[in-house]
Design a protein around this ligand. Structure first.
Ligand SMILES: [Zn+2]
Length: 312
């Protein structure tokens, strides 16, 4: 099963204890798909079409626990271009239930599609976010690129949601994809926050584990690259120094060098793999790494001078 489906299934199992939160979550699901009230045969019918089985299960549970409704869930057979199946959740309402549920009627022409009355408390805002993701959300597995998105078909709702996200310090961005409006988050920290807010603890744990593994791998790679580069520089310098010392030695100039240059020159040739620090420790009296580096520069300069002089 995909990571997105894992997250959805985890979120579908959360049934809030508080009635206010259950209503907020229902509002989120209704708002993202719209809902119809019809009256066939003098009866009241609530009908909501949702995007996946997990959301259908959730709507069923929320209606049952909040309004004691026994809803009916079926697969919507209407063909759609993108081929994903939708689910129809319907219930026959009595007059009282219809009055209660009338508040859920979504008006796309209203000033705000998201009814602030449902999401005024922070517990309800979390539930609302969960409902939005359940019905319309997608998340990539953390092993790849970090990505979380909400696919909508209403640009006004999209911009309201962006503002809603910002209440949680979630900076979602918006993009048009064919007929749809997509709001998305790419930053792993923000995706972690999203999972935490909506209560997907199991998914959060998995996401964090993978994230830690990935960042450790990056650190190790960086360290190896850095050590390789340093090693290459050290070897290059040692080769250059040894060549100079050998030239001096051929010209019998090596013995004329004053201490500690002569000593450093001998040690360089005897221990080609040694670092400057190690060469310094072998000297008597010992020298620091920067001390050896200083004398090494003098040695190179002197050697070059002698070699230049010999050429004339
Ligand atoms: Zn609440």
């Amino acid at each position: 099963m995909s990571f997105a489906a894992d997250v959805r299934n985890e979120l579908a199992r959360i049934i809030p204890d508080k009635e206010c939160c259950r209503k907020a979550e229902l509002h989120a699901i209704f708002v993202t798909n719209g809902q119809e009230f019809t009256m066939p045969n003098e009866e009241y019918l609530l009908l909501v079409k949702v995007e996946n089985a997990a959301t259908a299960r959730k709507v069923f549970q929320l209606l049952k626990k909040t309004y004691y409704l026994q809803a009916n869930v079926e697969i919507d057979n209407k063909k759609r271009f993108n081929k994903t199946r939708r689910y129809k959740v319907s219930a026959v309402l009595d007059t009282e239930q219809k009055k209660d549920l009338a508040d859920f009627k979504v008006s796309l022409n209203a000033k705000n599609i998201i009814n602030r009355a449902w999401v005024s408390k922070s517990c309800c805002r979390k539930a609302f976010l969960r409902g939005i993701f359940l019905n319309r959300g997608f998340i990539s597995k953390p092993e790849g690129n970090y990505h979380l998105e909400i696919v909508l078909n209403n640009s006004k709702l999209a911009s309201e949601l962006i503002k809603f996200f910002s209440k949680f310090d979630l900076q979602a961005r918006i993009v048009q994809r064919k007929q749809q409006i997509v709001i998305y988050i790419k930053e792993s920290e923000q995706i972690v926050d999203f999972l935490r807010i909506t209560g997907a603890s199991k998914a959060l744990l998995h996401f964090e584990n993978i994230r830690i593994l990935k960042s450790m791998r990056n650190t190790v790679n960086r360290q190896v690259n850095c050590e390789t580069a340093n090693l290459a520089k050290t070897v290059e310098a040692a080769v250059r120094q040894i060549e100079l010392v050998e030239k001096l030695s051929m010209n019998e100039k090596l013995e004329n060098l004053a201490a500690p240059l002569n000593e450093i020159a001998h040690l360089r040739v005897s221990y080609p793999d040694a670092t400057l620090r190690e060469l310094g420790e072998m000297l008597n009296p010992p020298l620091s790494k920067s001390g050896v580096a200083y004398h090494m520069r003098r040695l190179e300069k002197k050697a070059n001078e002698i070699i230049e002089h010999e050429k004339k």
